[in-house]
Design a protein around this ligand. Structure first.
Ligand code: 0FX
Length: 247
C-alpha cells in the first residue's frame, strides 16, 4: 500500500528527461517535485516561470531535501549530491553510460574513442560520481559511422524507455541491486577539453582520427579544433555518408 504523503524529488538539467519524468509520473500516487541548478534558466525558462520546476543548490539545501522527501533522483544534473544526502536517503542516478566504464562526462564521446561499452545505468548513488550499486542497465552498440550526437540521442531514448518501464518499482524501492566488478574509469570535463584540441603533429591511424572527429561531432556544439599558424582557432567537422555496397 503506497503512503499518499510520500514525495520524491528529481534534480535535472535536461529538458527531455524532465519532460519524460513529468509525463510518466504526473498521475502517480507518489508525487514528484522537480528542481534544476541555479544556472539552468535558459533550459527551463517556461517551467521556472510556471513554477513546475524550482532552482536548488543541493550542496547547500540538502537538509531541506532530507526533511521533505523519502527519496530522490539525479537525472543529468550538473550538481554532485553531498554524502550527507546520499548516505541518508535513497538517491537514484539515471546516467547515460554503462557503469563502470567511462563514468563522468559525456560517456559516448569516450566510448567511440576507447571502445569501452556504452549504455544506460540506473544506480543507487554513493559519494563517488556515477558509482554505486546498479539497479538497471542496458547496453547499446555503436556503429562505425555514428557520431556523438547520434549515440547520445539513442541513449536519451533508452533512458526514457527504462524510466517508463521501471519507475513504479524504483519509487516503491522494489528492486535488486548489484555492484560492478571494479571501479572502471572516470573522465572529467578537462579530459573532454583535451580531446577537443587537435595537435596537428600527433600521429594517428586514419581510423583513430576518424573516431576522434566523430566522437567530437555533436551539433550545435563546436568541439574539435586546431590552432593555425596565425593563432586562430579552426573548428573541424567531419561528414560521414553511408552507402550500402551491393554484393
Ligand atoms: O543533460 P546532459 O547530457 O548533461 C548533464 C550535465 O550537464 C552533466 O554535468 C552530467 N555529467 C550529465 C550526466 O548530465 O546535457 P549536456 O548539454 O551537458 O550534454 C549533452 C551532450 O552534448 C554531451 O553528451 C556531449 C555534447 N556536448 C555538450 C557540450 C556542453 C558537446 O559535444 N560539447 C559541449 O560543449
Amino acid at each position: 500500500m503506497v503512503n499518499l504523503d510520500l514525495r520524491a524529488f528529481v534534480v535535472t538539467d535536461n529538458k527531455y528527461l524532465y519532460q519524460t519524468f513529468f509525463n510518466v509520473c504526473k498521475n502517480k500516487n507518489i508525487k514528484l517535485d522537480y528542481y534544476c541548478s541555479n544556472d539552468s534558466d535558459n533550459i527551463f525558462a517556461n517551467e521556472l516561470s510556471a513554477g513546475t520546476i524550482k532552482k536548488i543548490s543541493v550542496k547547500e539545501d540538502y537538509n531541506f531535501l532530507l526533511k521533505n522527501y523519502y527519496m530522490g533522483f539525479s537525472c543529468h544534473s550538473k550538481q554532485i549530491f553531498p554524502k550527507q544526502l546520499v548516505n541518508k536517503i535513497v538517491c537514484v542516478n539515471i546516467h547515460p553510460g554503462l557503469n563502470p566504464y567511462n563514468r563522468g562526462w559525456y560517456p559516448q564521446v569516450f566510448s567511440i574513442i576507447n571502445k569501452k561499452p556504452i549504455g544506460v545505468t540506473v544506480h543507487l548513488m554513493d559519494e563517488k560520481i556515477d558509482h554505486g550499486a546498479i539497479i538497471y542497465q542496458e547496453e547499446l552498440t555503436i556503429s562505425e559511422n555514428e557520431t556523438s550526437l547520434q549515440v547520445y540521442e539513442r541513449l536519451l531514448k533508452l533512458e526514457k524507455d527504462i524510466i517508463e518501464k521501471n519507475i513504479d518499482n524504483i519509487l516503491s524501492q522494489n528492486y535488486e541491486s548489484f555492484f560492478p566488478e571494479n571501479n572502471g574509469n572516470y573522465n572529467s570535463i578537462k579530459d573532454f577539453q583535451k580531446l577537443c584540441q587537435i595537435d596537428l603533429n600527433e600521429k594517428l591511424t586514419f581510423k583513430e582520427a576518424i573516431d576522434r572527429l566523430r566522437a567530437l561531432l555533436h551539433q550545435p556544439f563546436k568541439n574539435a579544433y586546431f590552432i593555425d599558424s596565425n593563432n586562430n582557432k579552426i573548428y573541424l567537422r567531419l561528414e560521414l555518408l553511408k552507402e550500402t555496397i551491393e554484393q
